[in-house]
Ligand binder design. Structure first.
Ligand SMILES: Nc1ncnc2c1ncn2[C@@H]1O[C@H](COP(=O)(O)OP(=O)(O)O)[C@@H](O)[C@H]1O
Ligand SMILES: [Mg+2]
Length: 263
Protein backbone atom coordinates (compact mmCIF):
# COMPACT_ATOMS: atom_id res chain seq x y z
CA UNK A 1 0.00 0.00 0.00
CA UNK A 2 1.41 3.32 -1.07
CA UNK A 3 -0.16 5.25 1.80
CA UNK A 4 1.44 2.94 4.31
CA UNK A 5 4.82 3.01 2.58
CA UNK A 6 4.68 6.80 2.50
CA UNK A 7 3.68 6.97 6.14
CA UNK A 8 6.79 4.97 7.00
CA UNK A 9 9.07 7.12 4.82
CA UNK A 10 7.53 10.32 6.19
CA UNK A 11 6.53 9.49 9.77
CA UNK A 12 5.19 12.95 10.68
CA UNK A 13 4.34 14.36 7.28
CA UNK A 14 0.59 13.79 7.10
CA UNK A 15 -2.08 14.26 9.75
CA UNK A 16 -5.07 12.06 10.45
CA UNK A 17 -8.39 13.74 9.70
CA UNK A 18 -11.62 12.74 11.40
CA UNK A 19 -14.89 14.14 10.13
CA UNK A 20 -17.50 12.96 12.62
CA UNK A 21 -21.24 13.21 11.93
CA UNK A 22 -20.86 16.64 10.40
CA UNK A 23 -23.94 18.55 9.36
CA UNK A 24 -24.11 22.03 7.93
CA UNK A 25 -26.71 24.45 6.61
CA UNK A 26 -26.85 28.00 5.36
CA UNK A 27 -29.47 30.54 6.20
CA UNK A 28 -30.85 32.12 3.05
CA UNK A 29 -33.39 34.89 3.72
CA UNK A 30 -34.59 33.13 6.84
CA UNK A 31 -34.90 29.75 5.14
CA UNK A 32 -32.50 27.01 6.09
CA UNK A 33 -30.60 25.39 3.20
CA UNK A 34 -29.24 22.02 4.37
CA UNK A 35 -25.87 21.36 2.74
CA UNK A 36 -24.16 18.51 4.61
CA UNK A 37 -26.00 15.67 6.33
CA UNK A 38 -24.32 13.35 8.84
CA UNK A 39 -21.00 13.15 7.00
CA UNK A 40 -18.43 10.88 8.67
CA UNK A 41 -15.07 10.24 7.03
CA UNK A 42 -11.95 9.00 8.74
CA UNK A 43 -8.76 9.72 6.81
CA UNK A 44 -5.46 8.10 7.72
CA UNK A 45 -2.21 10.08 7.73
CA UNK A 46 -0.82 10.29 4.21
CA UNK A 47 -3.94 9.11 2.40
CA UNK A 48 -4.97 10.76 -0.87
CA UNK A 49 -8.76 11.04 -0.83
CA UNK A 50 -10.78 12.31 -3.79
CA UNK A 51 -14.27 13.73 -3.24
CA UNK A 52 -16.78 13.48 -6.08
CA UNK A 53 -20.37 14.60 -6.15
CA UNK A 54 -23.00 16.54 -8.08
CA UNK A 55 -22.37 20.25 -8.56
CA UNK A 56 -23.68 22.24 -5.58
CA UNK A 57 -23.95 19.23 -3.25
CA UNK A 58 -21.67 20.68 -0.58
CA UNK A 59 -18.10 19.60 -1.41
CA UNK A 60 -16.52 23.05 -1.14
CA UNK A 61 -18.46 23.65 2.05
CA UNK A 62 -16.94 20.51 3.54
CA UNK A 63 -13.44 21.63 2.50
CA UNK A 64 -14.02 25.00 4.17
CA UNK A 65 -14.92 23.21 7.39
CA UNK A 66 -11.76 21.07 7.17
CA UNK A 67 -9.71 24.24 6.59
CA UNK A 68 -11.34 25.79 9.66
CA UNK A 69 -12.75 28.70 7.63
CA UNK A 70 -16.27 27.87 8.90
CA UNK A 71 -17.63 25.96 11.89
CA UNK A 72 -20.07 23.09 11.31
CA UNK A 73 -23.66 23.32 12.61
CA UNK A 74 -23.39 19.73 13.85
CA UNK A 75 -20.61 17.23 14.51
CA UNK A 76 -16.88 17.71 14.83
CA UNK A 77 -13.75 17.73 12.72
CA UNK A 78 -10.36 16.75 14.12
CA UNK A 79 -6.80 16.94 12.88
CA UNK A 80 -4.67 14.38 14.75
CA UNK A 81 -7.30 14.28 17.53
CA UNK A 82 -7.31 18.06 18.00
CA UNK A 83 -10.61 19.74 17.22
CA UNK A 84 -10.51 22.02 14.16
CA UNK A 85 -11.90 25.43 15.13
CA UNK A 86 -9.96 27.89 12.98
CA UNK A 87 -7.57 28.08 10.05
CA UNK A 88 -4.01 26.87 10.59
CA UNK A 89 -0.97 26.70 8.27
CA UNK A 90 -0.98 22.91 8.67
CA UNK A 91 -4.24 22.83 6.64
CA UNK A 92 -4.09 24.92 3.49
CA UNK A 93 -6.44 25.17 0.54
CA UNK A 94 -5.67 25.54 -3.15
CA UNK A 95 -8.68 26.76 -5.13
CA UNK A 96 -9.61 26.54 -8.80
CA UNK A 97 -8.48 30.14 -9.34
CA UNK A 98 -4.88 30.79 -8.34
CA UNK A 99 -5.77 34.29 -6.94
CA UNK A 100 -2.23 35.61 -7.10
CA UNK A 101 -1.49 39.24 -6.25
CA UNK A 102 -0.69 40.80 -9.65
CA UNK A 103 1.66 43.40 -8.19
CA UNK A 104 3.83 40.83 -6.40
CA UNK A 105 6.45 38.67 -8.08
CA UNK A 106 6.13 34.88 -8.07
CA UNK A 107 8.59 34.68 -5.16
CA UNK A 108 6.71 37.33 -3.17
CA UNK A 109 3.38 35.59 -3.80
CA UNK A 110 4.77 32.31 -2.47
CA UNK A 111 6.29 34.13 0.52
CA UNK A 112 2.88 35.42 1.70
CA UNK A 113 2.13 32.73 4.28
CA UNK A 114 5.50 33.01 5.99
CA UNK A 115 5.24 36.79 5.89
CA UNK A 116 1.82 36.64 7.56
CA UNK A 117 3.29 34.45 10.29
CA UNK A 118 6.15 36.92 10.75
CA UNK A 119 8.80 34.29 10.08
CA UNK A 120 9.85 35.13 6.53
CA UNK A 121 13.19 36.68 7.48
CA UNK A 122 14.58 33.48 8.95
CA UNK A 123 12.70 31.14 6.59
CA UNK A 124 13.42 32.52 3.14
CA UNK A 125 14.88 29.17 2.07
CA UNK A 126 11.40 27.65 2.40
CA UNK A 127 10.12 29.90 -0.39
CA UNK A 128 13.01 28.77 -2.62
CA UNK A 129 12.32 25.12 -1.75
CA UNK A 130 8.59 25.43 -2.51
CA UNK A 131 9.32 27.02 -5.90
CA UNK A 132 11.81 24.27 -6.60
CA UNK A 133 9.19 21.62 -5.75
CA UNK A 134 6.82 22.95 -8.41
CA UNK A 135 9.61 23.51 -10.95
CA UNK A 136 9.36 27.31 -11.06
CA UNK A 137 12.69 28.43 -9.61
CA UNK A 138 13.66 30.20 -12.81
CA UNK A 139 10.40 32.20 -12.73
CA UNK A 140 10.91 33.55 -9.22
CA UNK A 141 11.09 37.16 -10.46
CA UNK A 142 8.25 36.89 -12.99
CA UNK A 143 4.86 38.54 -12.39
CA UNK A 144 1.50 36.72 -12.58
CA UNK A 145 0.55 38.24 -15.96
CA UNK A 146 3.67 36.63 -17.44
CA UNK A 147 2.56 33.11 -16.50
CA UNK A 148 0.44 30.49 -18.27
CA UNK A 149 -2.61 29.10 -16.45
CA UNK A 150 -0.69 25.98 -15.45
CA UNK A 151 2.24 27.99 -14.14
CA UNK A 152 -0.05 30.28 -12.14
CA UNK A 153 -1.64 27.21 -10.57
CA UNK A 154 1.84 25.85 -9.74
CA UNK A 155 2.56 29.13 -7.95
CA UNK A 156 -0.67 28.72 -5.98
CA UNK A 157 0.45 25.20 -5.10
CA UNK A 158 3.89 26.47 -4.00
CA UNK A 159 2.16 29.15 -1.88
CA UNK A 160 0.36 26.32 -0.07
CA UNK A 161 3.40 24.02 0.16
CA UNK A 162 5.57 26.72 1.74
CA UNK A 163 3.52 26.17 4.91
CA UNK A 164 4.58 22.50 5.06
CA UNK A 165 0.94 21.43 5.34
CA UNK A 166 -0.03 18.20 7.07
CA UNK A 167 -3.32 18.26 5.17
CA UNK A 168 -3.37 19.67 1.65
CA UNK A 169 -6.88 20.68 0.58
CA UNK A 170 -7.46 20.97 -3.15
CA UNK A 171 -10.74 22.38 -4.49
CA UNK A 172 -10.84 21.51 -8.21
CA UNK A 173 -7.30 22.91 -8.59
CA UNK A 174 -6.90 21.68 -12.16
CA UNK A 175 -10.47 22.44 -13.22
CA UNK A 176 -9.68 25.35 -15.51
CA UNK A 177 -6.57 23.98 -17.16
CA UNK A 178 -6.40 22.61 -20.70
CA UNK A 179 -6.35 18.82 -20.86
CA UNK A 180 -2.63 18.43 -21.63
CA UNK A 181 -1.55 20.71 -18.80
CA UNK A 182 -4.01 18.94 -16.60
CA UNK A 183 -2.52 15.51 -17.28
CA UNK A 184 1.00 16.83 -16.66
CA UNK A 185 -0.05 18.43 -13.39
CA UNK A 186 -1.85 15.30 -12.25
CA UNK A 187 1.47 13.43 -12.50
CA UNK A 188 3.22 16.28 -10.68
CA UNK A 189 0.67 16.20 -7.88
CA UNK A 190 1.18 12.48 -7.32
CA UNK A 191 4.97 12.96 -7.31
CA UNK A 192 4.70 15.81 -4.79
CA UNK A 193 2.38 13.85 -2.54
CA UNK A 194 4.65 10.80 -2.65
CA UNK A 195 7.66 12.94 -1.86
CA UNK A 196 6.14 14.98 0.98
CA UNK A 197 3.63 12.51 2.41
CA UNK A 198 0.95 15.03 3.38
CA UNK A 199 -2.65 13.91 3.67
CA UNK A 200 -4.55 15.11 0.59
CA UNK A 201 -8.23 15.92 0.08
CA UNK A 202 -9.08 16.64 -3.53
CA UNK A 203 -12.43 17.77 -4.85
CA UNK A 204 -12.74 17.10 -8.56
CA UNK A 205 -15.65 16.71 -10.96
CA UNK A 206 -13.63 14.29 -13.04
CA UNK A 207 -13.96 10.60 -12.09
CA UNK A 208 -10.90 9.70 -14.16
CA UNK A 209 -8.80 12.30 -12.37
CA UNK A 210 -9.96 10.92 -9.01
CA UNK A 211 -8.99 7.39 -10.06
CA UNK A 212 -5.58 8.35 -11.44
CA UNK A 213 -4.66 10.26 -8.27
CA UNK A 214 -6.37 8.96 -5.16
CA UNK A 215 -6.17 5.85 -2.99
CA UNK A 216 -9.74 6.43 -1.97
CA UNK A 217 -12.71 7.98 -3.74
CA UNK A 218 -15.71 9.21 -1.79
CA UNK A 219 -18.91 9.80 -3.73
CA UNK A 220 -21.51 12.20 -2.32
CA UNK A 221 -25.24 12.37 -2.90
CA UNK A 222 -27.12 15.44 -4.10
CA UNK A 223 -27.43 18.28 -1.58
CA UNK A 224 -27.50 17.86 1.34
CA UNK A 225 -24.37 15.81 0.73
CA UNK A 226 -24.08 12.50 2.50
CA UNK A 227 -21.52 9.80 1.79
CA UNK A 228 -22.95 7.51 -0.87
CA UNK A 229 -19.88 5.34 -1.43
CA UNK A 230 -16.34 5.07 -0.11
CA UNK A 231 -14.22 3.25 -2.68
CA UNK A 232 -10.65 2.04 -2.21
CA UNK A 233 -8.43 2.36 -5.31
CA UNK A 234 -5.91 -0.38 -4.79
CA UNK A 235 -3.49 0.29 -7.61
CA UNK A 236 0.21 1.31 -7.60
CA UNK A 237 1.48 4.55 -9.16
CA UNK A 238 1.95 5.67 -11.82
CA UNK A 239 -1.50 4.58 -12.89
CA UNK A 240 -2.52 3.92 -16.44
CA UNK A 241 -5.67 5.49 -17.79
CA UNK A 242 -6.45 2.38 -19.82
CA UNK A 243 -6.27 0.06 -16.80
CA UNK A 244 -9.44 -2.11 -16.91
CA UNK A 245 -9.63 -2.11 -13.08
CA UNK A 246 -9.88 1.70 -13.14
CA UNK A 247 -12.34 1.63 -16.05
CA UNK A 248 -14.56 -0.64 -13.97
CA UNK A 249 -14.42 1.68 -10.98
CA UNK A 250 -15.15 4.63 -13.26
CA UNK A 251 -18.30 2.95 -14.53
CA UNK A 252 -19.33 2.21 -10.96
CA UNK A 253 -18.73 5.82 -9.88
CA UNK A 254 -20.54 7.36 -12.84
CA UNK A 255 -23.45 5.03 -12.08
CA UNK A 256 -23.53 6.34 -8.50
CA UNK A 257 -23.60 9.88 -9.91
CA UNK A 258 -26.56 8.94 -12.07
CA UNK A 259 -24.61 8.92 -15.34
CA UNK A 260 -24.16 6.19 -17.89
CA UNK A 261 -20.57 5.45 -18.82
CA UNK A 262 -20.95 4.60 -22.46
CA UNK A 263 -17.45 5.77 -23.43
N1 LIG B 1 -21.79 31.18 2.09
C1 LIG B 1 -22.92 30.62 1.60
N2 LIG B 1 -24.13 31.13 1.88
C2 LIG B 1 -25.25 30.55 1.42
N3 LIG B 1 -25.26 29.46 0.64
C3 LIG B 1 -24.09 28.90 0.33
C4 LIG B 1 -22.85 29.44 0.78
N4 LIG B 1 -21.85 28.68 0.31
C5 LIG B 1 -22.43 27.71 -0.41
N5 LIG B 1 -23.77 27.83 -0.40
C6 LIG B 1 -24.74 26.92 -1.03
O1 LIG B 1 -24.47 25.62 -0.51
C7 LIG B 1 -24.61 24.63 -1.53
C8 LIG B 1 -23.33 23.84 -1.63
O2 LIG B 1 -22.31 24.66 -2.13
P1 LIG B 1 -20.84 24.13 -2.38
O3 LIG B 1 -20.32 23.54 -1.13
O4 LIG B 1 -20.07 25.25 -2.97
O5 LIG B 1 -21.09 22.97 -3.47
P2 LIG B 1 -20.06 22.16 -4.39
O6 LIG B 1 -18.68 22.59 -4.03
O7 LIG B 1 -20.32 20.72 -4.10
O8 LIG B 1 -20.41 22.49 -5.81
C9 LIG B 1 -24.99 25.38 -2.79
O9 LIG B 1 -26.39 25.30 -2.94
C10 LIG B 1 -24.56 26.81 -2.52
O10 LIG B 1 -25.39 27.71 -3.19
MG1 LIG C 1 -17.22 23.54 -5.16
Amino acid sequence: MVALAEAITHPAAGAALDIEQVGHAFDIDGTELPVLSDVSISVEPGEFVALLGPSGCGKSTLLRLVAGLDRPKAGTLREDEARITRPHPSRVVVFQDPTLFPWRSVWDNVALGLEAQGILKSQRHRVDAALDLVGLSSFRNAYPHQLSGGMAQRVALARALVNDPKILILDEPLGKLDSLTRITMQAELVALWQRKGFTTLLVTHDAEEALVLANRVIVFSDRPARVKADIRVDRPYPRHRGDPYLADLRRQILGLLGLDATW
